[in-house]
Design a protein around this ligand. Structure first.
Ligand code: PEP
Ligand code: MN
Length: 361
């Protein structure tokens, strides 16, 4: 896949990550023009605004519709800022193309729907403009990848991904849980993809946006899409999570950009540590293998003696003992819990296989 050519639509701050900023929704002509002009004065080169809003329940404000595109067009004519908006149907796309939208994004509810994605991809066939695909609302990296593949098959060359977190029954302090494993895995599968983060929809509030954005840059993201409004308190949608252009500027100035392979530093130390890690990883694998061999023997013994695979008391003891030891060694209870759940799951799987084999095992 070709790399999304971001060079020509990067912005000014520091090492020039991609920054897309603008309101959740276009509301009035003044709001669009004032916000866009203010963003341009801060060096922002790409303006976002939602024209059609996918709202959870009807009767909420569902976007200003086509008229908003005219306001965006005017913002571009007056400032030269590039325009980005969400499209969910071929009709949206058609209208956007007519007014000169430069970049499209596909929202989280659309990328979760293969029928809608397929329809959009076909409507976009051969289009040369960049398309950004938000992760689906549910934590499904395959579905995200699938949405991107539909665009690739349609011949779209400049494709980016936007991480906006996922819905959860219990999202904790976030609006959408930032399952960072998802974008990390997508990037592993599609190394060339431009990966942006939408800290606004992850955080759901102004206070946490900066830390989410910083985390994204720590994880080598290429930029941000961030909701910015000239008067956030009175925004018609997502007021709690929008910031104003001054706040955006301050935030971008305080965020630290990091580089995967900085030049002019010595990699000797790092290489040494990595050699040691590789050696330890190998030892861990060998220990796991030995452990599994014993699990296998125990499985045969249980089968021969008609014992249950799960021995609740033993499992609880193993878990508790290791959690206690991890706490003593300050190793992180969560990590040890996850590791032992995974090991135990695999032991059960292995022993189930032995149990159900037809031969004497
Ligand atoms: C948005 O960016 O305005 C939006 C609706 O986001 P999402 O699709 O991520 O919910
Ligand atoms: Mn929004």
């Amino acid at each position: 896949m070709e790399i999304l050519n971001i060079q020509d639509w990067r912005i000014s701050v520091g090492n020039k990550p991609v920054i897309i900023a603008g309101p959740c929704s276009a509301e009035t002509e003044d709001q669009v023009l004032i916000t866009a002009k203010s963003l341009v004065s801060k060096g922002i080169r790409i303006f976002r605004a939602g024209i059609w809003k996918p709202r959870t329940r009807p009767n909420a404000f569902e976007g200003i519709g086509s008229i908003g595109l005219q306001w965006m067009k005017r913002a571009k004519e007056e400032t030269g800022i590039l325009l980005a908006t969400e499209v969910a149907t071929p009709e949206h796309l058609e209208e956007c193309l007519q007014v000169g939208i430069d970049i499209f994004w596909i929202g989280a509810r659309t990328s979760a729907n293969p029928f809608a994605m397929q329809e959009l991809a076909e409507a976009m066939k051969g289009m040369d403009l960049p398309v950004l695909v938000k992760n689906p609302v549910n934590p499904d990296t395959d579905l995200w990848q699938g949405a991107i593949e539909r665009l690739q098959i349609a011949g779209i060359k400049r494709i980016g991904a936007v991480h906006r977190g996922v819905s959860s029954y219990d999202p904790g302090p976030y609006r959408n849980v930032p399952l960072w494993e998802m974008p990390i895995e997508l990037k592993r599968r599609i190394p060339d993809i431009t990966m942006l983060c939408d800290p606004s929809h992850i955080a759901g509030n102004r206070i946490m946006i900066e830390s989410v954005a910083q985390k994204a840059f720590d994880l080598n993201f290429d930029g941000l899409m961030i909701e910015t409004h000239n008067d956030p308190d009175h925004a018609w949608t997502d007021a709690q999570q929008q910031i104003n252009p001054d706040q955006l500027e301050r935030m971008l100035q305080s965020i630290k950009l990091r580089i995967v392979h900085p030049e002019g530093i010595s990699y000797e130390k790092l290489d040494n540590w990595r050699d040691k890690i590789d050696e330890l990883d190998l030892q861990m694998l060998e220990i796991l293998l030995k452990r599994m061999e014993i699990v296998h023997e125990i499985g045969r013994y249980k089968k021969a003696n008609n014992m249950t695979i799960l021995q609740p008391e033993r499992w609880n003891n193993v878990l508790m003992k290791n959690i206690r030891q991890s706490e003593e060694k300050q190793l992180g209870k969560d990590l040890i819990t996850k590791i032992f759940f995974a090991i135990h799951e695999e032991s059960i799987r292995k022993q189930t296989e032995i149990m159900n084999k037809k031969d004497p095992g």
